[in-house]
Design a protein around this ligand. Structure first.
Ligand SMILES: *[C@@H]1O[C@H](CO)[C@@H](O)[C@H](O)[C@H]1NC(C)=O
Ligand SMILES: *[C@@H]1O[C@H](CO)[C@@H](O)[C@H](O)[C@H]1NC(C)=O
Length: 407
């Protein structure tokens, strides 16, 4: 009896039950050269954050453990569940490897190039967190695909692959969730400078300067929807307003395609049928501000890829960015995602600030196969986002300027 009690005590000391279920935090940084975001994966290997990516892939440097997954294994099926459109590499389906082991498709989200590679196991090293501080280091054995070195083109210097964070079975959140017994959801705060965070398993999230506040309590939610069976994250937008004026896009324009989120495009792009009225409405709303006693913002020659630029000396600026009309996306469920100057205007060169939205390329107006709005990294920075695959919802909250994302 006493021995059993002692063993139970010893076990509970060695493995405190609570720490087994703590969320797992990794810092996220922005690469200034590419505007992509990376996270440390293990031993100094950094992977690019791709919230639309269904897999984890890398160049399989030391640390990878070759694993023999036959083509018929469920893990291999998961790895092949989201074929890359237009990728003609041989896979398990068409052309099996001689030894019958699994082939997965790796995809560079920036160049659009794909390759096929074996499926391996690798270690993801990170810390659990209590929401304020690291608690203990964890090693998560993760399944990752191996890609050739050439697939790294256009990715940040020093990165060795891509961490897919989409809602698929072999994306990093699902793998951490099953290994660490945490919820299949993650918090993401992309930094403009300094450190951001990704927290697998969810909140709380305290930020040191305001440590009594758990920012996840401030999240607003909207349902996540799947588009064409794709594991990337999409939401529905009901209307777009500039300050209090509704942008005149037909409801059907917003309904076709919805809003897709991407960490691998730098700026939000809008399909042509949404872009034109959007830019015109912004320009008008800026003029309307001057009719309400604000200084007249002077339009200057645009700097590509942007179309609407201002002499920044004629804009009023504060710590949260320029005081320009707020851009509000009213999402399904009625909650508003509002971008103020800090999320809508970019200083492109000294004296010039541009509306940081671009027109979607290669897509026709109204083409429902493309999203109406593709939210890019810049517009998500300093927002706390929660991607919850269990409740199928996206949480979002704009952090105040005094509370940037890092811990
Ligand atoms: C884990 O936390 C320790 C202590 O704060 C830190 O030195 C280390 O870099 C962290 N590891 C990772 C992978 O973030
Ligand atoms: C969202 O924004 C619209 C347009 O500005 C406004 O009419 C509506 O009241 C807002 N809803 C909430 C919940 O704040």
């Amino acid at each position: 009896m006493a021995l059993v009690a002692l063993l139970v005590l010893a076990a509970s000391l060695a493995w405190p039950a609570s720490s087994q279920r703590l969320p797992v935090l990794v810092p996220v940084t922005k690469d200034p050269a590419t505007s992509l975001y990376t996270l440390p994966f293990h031993n100094g290997a950094n992977l690019v954050v791709d919230i639309a990516g269904p897999l984890v892939w890398s160049t399989c440097q030391p640390g990878h453990l070759p694993a023999k997954f036959p083509c018929t294994f469920p893990t291999c099926r998961l790895a092949n569940a989201y074929p890359v459109p237009g990728c003609h590499e041989p896979g398990c389906e068409q052309e099996r490897r001689k030894d019958g082991t699994c082939t997965a498709y790796t995809y560079n989200p920036v160049t659009g190039v794909c390759a096929s590679g074996s499926l391996d196991r690798t270690r993801f090293v990170a810390n659990t967190t209590d929401g304020s501080n690291p608690v203990s280091q964890v090693n998560v054995m993760a399944v990752a695909a191996c890609a050739p070195e050439t697939l790294l083109a256009s990715l940040p210097r020093g990165s060795t692959g891509v961490a897919g964070l989409a809602g698929s079975g072999l994306a990093l959140p699902a793998q951490v969730a099953s290994a660490q017994k945490v919820a299949n959801k993650f918090l993401l705060c992309l930094p403009r400078g300094g450190d951001g965070v990704a927290i697998f398993g969810g909140g709380p999230l305290h930020i040191h300067s305001q440590s009594e506040v758990d920012w996840t309590q401030s999240l607003d939610y909207t349902p996540l929807v799947q588009r064409n069976g794709n594991p990337a994250y999409s939401v529905l937008v009901k209307s777009i307003t500039m300050d209090n004026t509704r942008v005149s896009v037909p409801d059907s324009a917003l309904a076709t395609g919805g809003v897709l989120l991407s960490t691998t495009v730098p700026y939000t792009s809008l399909r042509r049928d949404v872009y034109r009225p959007f830019v015109d409405a912004f320009a008008k709303a800026v003029v309307a501000q001057s009719q309400h006693g604000w200084p007249v913002a002077r339009v200057v020659k645009p700097v590509a890829p942007f179309e609407l630029c201002y002499d920044s000396g004629t804009l009023i600026s504060g710590r949260g960015g320029y005081f320009v009309p707020g851009v509000t996306l009213t999402l399904d469920g009625g909650k508003n995602w509002t971008m103020f100057g800090g999320g809508s205007m970019l200083n492109v060169e000294p004296g010039t600030a541009c509306l940081a939205f671009v027109e979607m390329k290669g897509v026709k107006a109204g083409d429902g196969r493309a999203p109406a709005v593709l939210i890019g990294g810049f517009q998500m920075e300093n927002f706390l986002l929660e991607f919850d695959m269990e409740k199928n919802q996206l949480g979002f909250f704009r952090l105040p300027f005094y509370a940037p994302c890092g811990q």
